[in-house]
Unconditional design. Sequence first.
Length: 106
Amino acid sequence: MTNAYVQAGKRTNVTLTGNATQGTVYDETARAGVYLESGVTGDLVPVCFEGRFTLAKGTDAITAGQKVYSDGTDVNTSASGNVALGFAAAAAATGDSTVDVDVQAF
């Protein structure tokens, strides 16, 4: 019998199609994660799809427990045109530059 299990899926390596900075959001079509390392085009870097991270946010006020999304740069509260990222672990005011997010693989 062959074991088809590869890995847990909370973390995977991706080949960069552009530059990436550790601790910023990685977006795919249907899911988002966080880069665990920085790299340049062509590098293979790890991305985490589950865990709590402090991430840059846009201008939205965010309440604890609110579902949040990524626009490819910042965390926000709008589903329109964005990728689901997870849930806010704490509240963040309009003027705050970051928010703690429980990133979840949807």
